[in-house]
Design a protein around this ligand. Structure first.
Ligand code: LLP
Length: 409
């Protein structure tokens, strides 16, 4: 833990502050890529930029040779600004509007359609070269019910029957290049759900192939988790690769699918452990029932604890053993405004700097200016070098885009 550096950065740039470690992003990406490549030649990784869409993070991953999975026109524009070419981008989102489909078609971005409605509306606008269908393989998994995106009751993807219909529709429209897609959830720490869902996806690929569809790419989505809690273990990525690609290779051969690209869309496992959130203690409040540690980051800054009851390890420089149970709470006027509940920490005092770990995925990207608290700044660190990569928002950002109605003047 780089406490000296964190202290220096907090003094220089203020808190709350996101600190991103470039080397960790590179290491995570390389490790995954290498493990997958060890078992199959044609691997493509589309970084799911919803996890962290900072331009510098995107640029690092472009330099590593990644492609990007986008989910809004805004994400597409950011990825292009970071230097990706449209051919390196894919778009996967539910309930896409016609203007957005036109935007994607105009730029030649590969689309994973999420419904027959979307496909039909797309084909009325234009005929893309490539189309991929997002399938709900009937299997879901994730670290919280809100992180489970496949299985019964999920709004995402098409059933097998509807997906086969989609390929028929696409074929008749003259589309010639095809992909197949699933994304079953997020924060998965075992290969089992991937194998179960992957088997279903590949069975569907077989049926579509029998109907005349040649797959250029089969995309198994994101979802690889990271350990957040002390008792959780990292997924062994070499084992994951051997098992998952073992299944893939066996099935593409058995079903005569040729040699499609094996694609994944990792987000969390690339950036999750690559950033910390620094937050300063301003208030200590002891009540008859609890000690509250009041900090300057609430769910406006890191919403995962409030929204998913997510656990983020919190450390402070004091070397003392954890000795006090406390709630770490933010500056918002809501009971759900906590970073940690009933957490054992060394004796925390006003002015202490807390380091919230594993905050790189779905941290800044889910932050908001709720209660008119401008969003925090970001710093990129590489060894001993550091640079501000996102300025702290200010009052001007709160005032931008709004005006008082003319009749109220
Ligand atoms: N591909 C698609 C189509 C996705 O929807 C997602 C994430 C990913 C890839 C990347 O999944 P990952 O590798 O990061 O698990 N905000 C939640 C996570 C929501 C995930 C949404 N989809 C959280 O903080 O736990």
């Amino acid at each position: 833990m780089r406490f000296a550096l964190y202290g220096q950065l907090a003094d220089e740039f203020g808190t709350p502050l996101w600190v991103i470690d470039e080397e960790k992003i590179r290491t995570n990406y390389r490790k995954l890529k290498k493990a997958l490549r060890a078992n199959y030649e044609k691997i493509k990784l589309y970084y799911a930029m919803k996890a962290n869409s900072s331009l510098s993070v995107l640029r690092i991953l472009r330099k590593e040779g990644a492609c990007v999975d986008t989910a809004s026109p805004g994400e597409v524009l950011l990825a292009l600004r970071a230097g990706f070419s449209p051919s390196q981008l894919m778009f996967t989102a539910p309930n896409v509007r016609n203007e957005e489909l036109r935007f994607l078609l105009d730029r030649g971005i590969k689309i994973n359609v999420d419904s027959l409605s979307e496909l039909r509306r797309l084909l009325k606008i234009g005929i893309p070269d490539f189309i991929s269908v997002r399938v709900n393989p009937g299997v879901g998994a994730g670290c919280h019910p809100y992180d489970v995106l496949g299985g019964k009751g999920s709004k995402f993807g098409l059933s097998k029957e509807k997906a086969l219909e989609a390929y028929e529709v696409a074929k008749h429209s003259g589309i010639t290049r095809y992909g197949l897609h699933m994304h079953i959830g997020s924060g998965i720490l075992s290969v089992k759900p991937f194998l179960k869902a992957g088997r279903k996806l590949l069975e569907l690929a077989k049926e579509a192939h029998q109907g005349g569809i040649e797959f250029e790419q089969i995309d198994f989505g994101g979802g690889i988790g990271i350990p957040y809690k002390p008792e959780e273990n990292e997924i062994d990525i070499e084992d994951f690769s051997a098992e998952f690609l073992g299944l893939f290779k066996q099935k593409i051969e058995e079903y005569g699918l040729g040699s499609p690209t094996f694609a994944m869309e990792p987000g969390r496992c690339i950036v999750g452990n690559a950033a910390v959130l620094l937050t300063r203690v301003n208030t200590i409040k002891n009540t008859s029932s609890k000690k509250f540690v009041g900090v300057d980051a609430g769910f406006n800054t890191l919403i995962r604890p409030a929204l998913y009851r997510a656990y983020h390890d919190i450390v402070l420089e004091k070397s003392a053993e954890p000795s006090e149970r406390c709630d770490v709470v933010g500056p918002l006027c809501e009971a759900s405004d906590f970073l940690a509940l009933d957490r054992n920490l060394p004796k925390v005092e006003e002015g202490d700097l807390l380091v919230v770990k594993n905050a790189g995925a779905y941290g800044f990207s889910m932050s908001s200016p709720y209660i008119s608290r401008p969003r925090a700044a970001e710093v990129l660190v590489k060894g001993d070098r550091y640079e501000l990569i996102r300025e702290r928002e200010g009052v001007a950002d709160l005032l931008r885009h709004q005006r008082i109605a003319s009749w109220l003047e």
